[in-house]
Design a protein around this ligand. Sequence first.
Ligand code: PLP
Length: 413
Amino acid sequence: MADFWTDADKHLVRYAGRADFTREIIARAEGSYVFTEDGRKILDFTSGQMSAILGHSHPEIVATVHRQAATLDHLFSGMLSRPVVDLARRLAETLPAPLEKVLLLTTGAESNEAAIRMAKLVTGGHEIVSFVRSWHGMTQAAAGATYSAGRKGYGPAAPGNFALPVPGADWHQQLDLGFEMIDAQSTGNLAACIVEPILSSGGVIEPPLGYFAALHQKCRERGMLLILDEAQTGLCRTGSWYAFERDGIVPDILTLSKTLGAGLPLAAVVTTAEIEQEAHDRGYLFFTTHVSDPLPAAVGNTVLDVLVRDRLDERARQLGAVLRQGLKEIAASHEVVTDVRGRGLLAGLELISDDLGQRVTRRCLELGLHMNIVQLPGMGGVFRIAPALTASDEDIALGLSILDQAIGDAVKA
Ligand SMILES: Cc1ncc(COP(=O)(O)O)c(C=O)c1O
């Protein structure tokens, strides 16, 4: 035990800003739970890093990984295999027309990088608009479009990145003003707007109905593409297959990641045949080591199998309502809880201060619940709650009761 932390402290780069590693040695995980080396069982209310929608080590994913690793793991990037073409077709079948062309990659940042690169090539522009509380990833263009953290200390972001306010009640005015400012700053090379349909790292904020249609219109008027980043919201998490279904829009480019591999590294860019053709005509290049890899693609197919067969979109809706009801009851009995929001099985619980949030997080962990809090200037702390879609009613009830107790204990302390 001592050796583990001595070695970790001596040899690991700390990559999480000021946050420390969780001081538990995780030995294994199964379903909604992770198990520590010293035998503690911890309910995972974040699906790992908001990814493991089928819980951990789902037996069908385990079987797919075994089978696929033993038959066809990785290929020269210009070679194709059945899992890749099957997944591309099946993803298109879950989406409205004209989204039908798929690029299979590895991580969320990478999928956004590829989408932004495509938008630049197709529009001939380079300027990118995103929300002030956005998170699109840690690679160059994705980080350039990320405003919620990590902008300071790394030199200049690419010229032509513009921030748009996160819409509130007076969203019409905010949108108009936002674009008035962008138009004033633009050199006439706007390429794309990239946004999350529900801002997760931004504090689980759901833009009002009507906003995305108006945003899409603003993009069209300027020859920009609308890229929707459904890293966290795609694949049934919010109670529908894709969060944008609520808004009656179809993005020009959709990126998927986290939930697509249900915890394993798989991401996708999906676009229209027209945009893909234009990109191809201009020599679109996104040639990576793991593009179109058969092993993660096979996992993606199994994820779709389970989501469809077990109707996990409906389950997320139903269980999400139970979760939100429970959170509202917690809010009603603790004054320090200032808001409950979210959709389906992606919920946000806002606390009056981020300092309290840290104490609640610690107390939850002691009591056997893993929670994640985002700290936002001027907003206190927001717990992002995203249990596996395969969680049982009992798992949700247990999580709620631990959270209730932890908030009470943290306030008393
Ligand atoms: C909405 C969104 N997009 C992109 C990313 C980046 O994904 P990755 O960390 O896999 O690069 C994240 C990660 O948190 C995310 O929440």
